[in-house]
Design a protein around this ligand. Structure first.
Ligand code: SAM
Length: 277
């Protein structure tokens, strides 16, 4: 009998993938962690029933969470990634010549262990000389690191369970306080079509803290609702108006390039209206 996995993206909408083999299924203190081999997308990481990463389309999310901020910041020496225990964001961040250190703070050892076994091409980045991996709560980590980072990437799960706090105003204040002067923060900010209310609230909470708060978009086949969004926060640089630095490794990327960067900040009318102050 054919095995299918369905992520219920809303109570009335699901994404279904055909599964070849179930490879891993354990529940730890934070969440249920599953890995499946699928027919169309290679290995698939699922946390608490939600699609996180597939071999085939992970490049879109990881290139797009990392490169826009790193290509705009004039000298992104110190990078912090909160969440992201699959290693994909670290893999992208270490590519930048200006980046001297990338600290990953992932709360769940089980995610790291499962990804080391089933996504070795992503977790290989943990052994890069610039990378450091800490198993800890990202919220708590920020308390001990005031003005420590040039770029902070919040590569979190959806706002439930351990990640709920990563969408709170208290967390946004801590992120702000942990940035060096001129620092940038990027938050994965969910699907605007299905979860517009979350994005609107995030932007309302972030605007008093940063001079510039800009939404940008990418298309990720296994994420719900068409577009996926990220929110980039800076003090002075308006990311929608400034051209990013050319990247020496741009030709090796599969999604991000200067044209995509510029286009990603252009929003359809329904999103301009959603974010209107
Ligand atoms: N690409 C993904 C997506 O949006 O679907 C995100 C994937 S990444 C695996 C998200 C990670 O954030 C998870 O491994 C989860 O354990 C981690 N996480 C959730 N809350 C956290 C917290 N408070 N501190 C650090 N990591 C956290």
């Amino acid at each position: 009998m054919t095995d299918w996995f369905t992520e219920k993206q809303t109570p009335h909408l699901g994404l279904t993938l055909e599964v070849k083999r179930r490879l891993f299924d354990r529940t730890g203190p934070y969440q249920r962690v599953e890995v499946m081999e699928t027919v169309e997308f290679g290995n698939l990481l699922v946390l608490d029933g939600c699609v996180m990463v597939t071999d085939r389309d992970e490049f879109v999310y990881h290139e797009m969470i990392a490169h826009p901020a790193l290509a705009l910041h004039p000298n992104p020496e110190r990078v912090l990634i909160i969440g992201g225990g699959d290693g994909g964001s670290v893999r992208e961040a270490v590519k930048h010549e200006a980046v001297k250190s990338v600290t990953l703070v992932e709360i769940d050892q089980l995610v790291i262990d499962a990804c080391r076994e089933f996504f070795p091409a992503l977790t290989a980045s943990f052994h890069h000389p610039k990378a450091q991996v800490l198993v800890a709560d990202g919220f708590a980590h920020l308390d001990d690191h005031p003005q420590a980072y040039d770029v902070i990437l919040v590569d979190s799960t959806d706002p439930v369970g351990p990640a709920e706090v990563l969408f709170s105003p208290a967390f946004f204040h801590k992120v702000r306080a942990s940035l060096r002067p001129g620092g940038f923060a990027v938050f994965q900010s969910e699907n605007p079509f299905l979860m517009g209310g979350i994005i609107r609230k995030m932007h309302q909470d972030l605007r008093p803290l940063f001079g510039q708060v800009a939404l940008y978009l990418a298309l990720i086949p296994t994420y719900p609702g068409g577009h996926w969004s990220f929110t980039l926060c800076a003090d002075q640089v308006n990311p929608a108006q400034v051209l990013p630095r050319p990247l020496s490794f741009e030709d090796s990327l599969k999604y991000y390039n200067q044209g995509i960067h510029t286009a990603a900040f252009q929003l359809p009318g329904y999103l301009r209206r959603l974010l209107a102050p």
